[in-house]
Design a protein around this ligand. Structure first.
Ligand SMILES: [Ca+2]
Ligand SMILES: [Ca+2]
Ligand SMILES: [Ca+2]
Ligand SMILES: [Ca+2]
Length: 419
């Protein structure tokens, strides 16, 4: 309790200064990790995003691992979900297989079984689709002289579907109204931040004309998944933009990350902004202004720290159609940054808002995972980040970051009233 009080006082000081400077968002966190309680309001729906680190090094390995109900990492991921009990949950970094075998095994062998005495949870509605990761392009995107390898795939990956994503829902999914943007070409975004080869006078020519004719914007996929909640339609907008690092002075990944985020910013901003957008079935445009939506996912972009290009995430946090007024937070994230220091000490952002537990030497902990509702028709109530402190009973589910116990990211949730 003492530790919690000390932390809380320090945290409140940081929140007050952070609020006056960077964000106007209200910080919201669960006050007791041992009992994350579902909201009482009957129209309140819990939306969550979790980069669950359920990717593996080879195709099929995840399915093999999911057959072993004693797998400790997968059990820890499942227990976090059972404790937080989201109604709608996006999992990032969940390897894709066409038949949905992996997600069925995750449900049957883990979520449906009590983990350390937690109540099982069942998701009757699932959405999954192919991801650009690991699909060979046949081109030499990373300029290493060969056209095979993870850097030449449409999205970085060692096999098709690595690092993919899946949506789990207690509410029905309007399957036939789902739109995917897996194949949308980067060059078709007006004013795209196409990287430049500084050695030539031609602008934006890091990728050749032939490469740009094939280069897909989405490193995984972008999905608009409408779900029915109490006779309303809420569009889940799911994506996982590429990390803005692992590149050179041309900043190809930083620029792609920026534009992958911009895609949703334009998609929700109305007819003029979204008119260039085309889905995988050739239908044009984005959402109209009277649509309810919740953006979910790991966007690999922190509003204050890390290596984002042009402060990419502010395209969403300051978007006129998005309500970013409630920022989920945790005491555990605040404590971890205090304990590990290094780059965390010079970060500008409030460490209680961090969602990823990264190497303190570089880049430090970051806020990269988001649940962002529309202003129209939805009202965020409160939320949190599942990041228990060293004094919490459930600490064993998260560890210090490395080695990874459950994931290097933390589940983020937001309770939202659907009006
Ligand atoms: Ca290559
Ligand atoms: Ca050039
Ligand atoms: Ca931080
Ligand atoms: Ca850590």
């Amino acid at each position: 309790m003492k530790l919690k009080n000390t932390l809380l006082i320090a945290l409140l000081a940081v929140i007050c200064s952070a609020n006056s400077l960077a964000t106007q968002a209200k910080v919201c966190m669960p006050n007791d990790m041992d009992a994350v309680k579902p909201s009482k309001h009957d129209r309140t729906v819990r939306f969550a995003t979790f980069n669950a680190f359920l990717n593996r090094n080879t195709a099929g390995q995840l399915i093999t691992d999911l057959q072993d109900t004693s797998n400790s990492q997968i059990s820890a991921v499942a227990e976090i979900i059972q404790r937080t009990r989201p109604d709608v949950l996006l999992l990032n970094e969940f390897d894709f297989d066409e038949n949905g075998e992996a997600i069925a095994l995750f449900q049957d062998n883990f979520l449906s079984l009590p983990q350390n005495g937690q109540k099982p949870i069942h998701y009757p509605h699932i959405y999954l689709a192919p991801s650009n990761t690991g699909i060979p392009s046949g081109l030499d995107f990373d300029n290493d002289g060969s056209t095979s390898g993870p850097g030449d795939a449409f999205g970085f990956g060692f096999f098709p579907g690595q690092f993919a994503m899946v949506l789990l829902s207690r509410y029905p999914i309007a399957d036939r109204k789902v739109r995917t943007f897996q194949k949308f070409l980067w060059k078709d975004m007006p004013g795209a931040l196409l990287p430049d080869d500084a050695e030539t006078t031609e602008p934006n020519d890091y990728y050749s004309k032939e490469e740009l004719a094939e280069f897909r914007l989405s490193s995984k996929s972008h999905w608009d998944i409408p779900i029915y909640i109490n006779k309303r339609i809420v569009h889940i907008l799911a994506a996982h933009p590429t990390p803005p690092v692992f590149d050179g002075p041309e900043d190809r990944n930083g620029k792609r990350n920026h534009d992958e985020i911009r895609f949703w910013a334009d998609y929700v901003k109305g007819r003029y902004s979204s008119r260039y957008i085309v889905d995988d079935h050739g239908r044009r445009g984005g959402l109209n202004r009277w649509s309810r939506f919740v953006i979910l996912g790991d966007y690999n972009a922190d509003p204050n720290d890390g290596d984002s290009t042009n402060n990419a995430i502010t395209q969403l946090l300051k978007n006129p159609t998005i309500d970013a007024s409630i920022a989920p937070a945790s005491l555990g994230g605040f404590e971890d940054a205090e304990n590990e220091g290094q780059l965390n000490d010079i970060h500008l952002g409030n460490a209680a808002l961090d969602t990823a537990d990264f190497n303190p030497a570089n880049p430090g902990n970051l806020r990269v995972d988001y649940v962002l509702p529309s202003k129209f028709g939805l009202s965020p109530v409160c939320g949190g980040i599942f990041w228990p402190t060293t004094k919490d009973e459930s600490r064993y589910l998260v560890g210090d970051g490395f080695p990874v116990v459950s994931s290097d990211h933390h589940l983020v949730w937001l309770d939202i009233i659907v009006r």
